[in-house]
Design a protein around this ligand. Structure first.
Ligand code: 13P
Length: 248
């Protein structure tokens, strides 16, 4: 039985004080008994939020990382820097990074592997554009992203550490949610790809989230689908809606 994992991707929102006030408000009421709850604030707030959630079951996530150990990479952050302040998860390959910063599957793959070296779980995002869906090309597109982004990752780590997030680009921040059936169909397809890359046991263990306009009104239906093991929540993770989604 796969444990559900619900992560809040705050993107470029909330300065440190606002971030602290919000986490302070939800940290004792959010239900972390049955669901793994991850909060991914902006880099500036990571350290302070790490202190604030110490002693709770809320896990800290980062939104990005650079896949080199150290050196002349102005503006970048290494896996060890994240690990040192208690980061347990890190989003990689988000469509916004692929779109605005030209990140490729190969670069995403490097990041995922580097994170696993320090025991940080990568949340590897994949998903098709509207055009790719409308031309019925979405299954091929997502299969290629999954294969290339996860290439060469050890089977045990794949089964127990890697999280995959299916985020159709046309449903992000648009208010347009994939139907629960569409989301489940793609998550099932991703699981089949993992089965072909590894084996059925690994495919049954890996957790696959859905992301794209998840809100309290649709969380229950989405999270009860057979192949959806959680949600990656953007806008709704910045308010009390996040608590409601976790209590779906
Ligand atoms: P929204 O929930 O705002 O659509 O964002 C989804 C997302 O991109 C999470 O990573």
């Amino acid at each position: 039985m796969r444990k559900k994992i619900i992560a809040g991707n705050w993107k470029m929102n909330y300065c440190v004080n606002r971030a602290e006030a919000f986490v302070d408000e939800i940290k004792d009421t959010i239900n972390t008994d049955e669901v793994d709850v991850v909060i991914c604030p902006n880099f500036m707030a990571l350290d302070r939020i790490s202190d604030l959630i110490d002693g709770t079951n809320i896990k800290l996530g980062a939104q990005n990382v650079y896949p080199e150990d150290k050196g002349a990479y102005t503006g970048e952050t290494s896996v060890k820097m994240l690990s040192a302040i208690g980061v347990k998860y890190c989003i990689v390959g988000h469509s916004e990074r692929r779109q605005y910063f030209n990140e490729t599957d190969e670069f995403v793959n490097k990041k995922a592997k580097k994170l696993l070296e320090v025991d940080i779980c990568p949340i590897v995002c994949v998903g098709e554009t509207l055009e790719e869906r409308e031309s019925n090309n979405m299954f091929n597109v997502v299969e290629k992203q999954v294969r290339n982004s996860l290439d060469g990752i050890d089977k045990e780590l794949m089964a127990n550490k890697v999280v995959i997030a299916y985020e159709p680009i046309w449903a992000i921040g648009t208010g347009k949610t994939a139907t629960a059936e569409q989301a489940n169909e793609m998550c099932k397809h991703i699981r089949d790809v993992i089965s072909k890359m590894y084996d059925e046991d690994t495919a049954q263990k890996v957790r696959i989230q859905y992301g794209g306009s998840v809100k309290p009104s649709n969380a229950n239906e989405i999270l009860n689908m057979s192949d959806i093991d959680g949600a990656l929540v953007g806008g709704a993770s910045l308010t009390n809606d996040f608590v409601a989604i976790v209590n779906y």
